[in-house]
Design a protein around this ligand. Structure first.
Ligand SMILES: CC(C)(COP(=O)(O)OP(=O)(O)OC[C@H]1O[C@@H](n2cnc3c(N)ncnc32)[C@H](O)[C@@H]1OP(=O)(O)O)[C@@H](O)C(=O)NCCC(=O)NCCS
Length: 117
């Protein structure tokens, strides 16, 4: 279900072998979110991630309403922070925004909600 609800998936190949991927989810209008961004270790630091994020951003630019600006968000791994900064992402918190927030919600047969990490 998660994959079929994805807006777009971008995959990089070396010949026929997949070597990296990134998934775009969102409301298709104002807000987009990056999930599952990974380049396999032997292909990292060779520009594959840059290519993938450029394709993803081009897809958004080509598909948003004329003259609109939309948000592109994610939760970075600690390791990828510098990568995203180089790609123009701003860290939160900042002067006007608090930190990003995260919560897992699990199915509970008794009907209540259980929060878990
Ligand atoms: C983060 C990731 C997707 C980047 O892909 P990549 O193909 O290695 O990135 P690129 O080769 O296009 O690198 C672009 C720039 O970012 C830098 N960079 C990439 N990964 C970096 C890292 N982990 N730490 C610091 N800098 C990094 C590169 O040095 C390069 O800098 P330059 O333009 O000054 O030469 C990849 O390293 C990866 O899969 N990491 C493990 C999984 C992960 O953390 N994914 C992010 C989930 S939020």
């Amino acid at each position: 279900m998660a994959l079929s609800n994805t807006i777009a998936t971008f995959t990089a190949y070396d010949k026929k072998q997949p070597i990296g991927m990134v998934r775009l989810i969102g409301d298709g209008g104002m807000s987009f979110y990056i999930k599952d961004f990974v380049v396999i270790p032997t292909y990292q630091a060779m520009g594959v991630g840059t290519l993938l994020i450029e394709c993803l951003e081009k897809y958004i630019r080509d598909n948003i309403k004329h003259d609109w600006a939309v948000s592109l968000e994610l939760i970075s791994t600690k390791e990828a922070l510098l990568f995203y900064k180089k790609k123009g992402f701003e860290e939160r918190p900042c002067e006007w925004d608090g930190p990003g927030m995260f919560k897992m919600i699990r199915y509970n047969q008794e009907g209540g909600l259980l929060n878990d990490r």
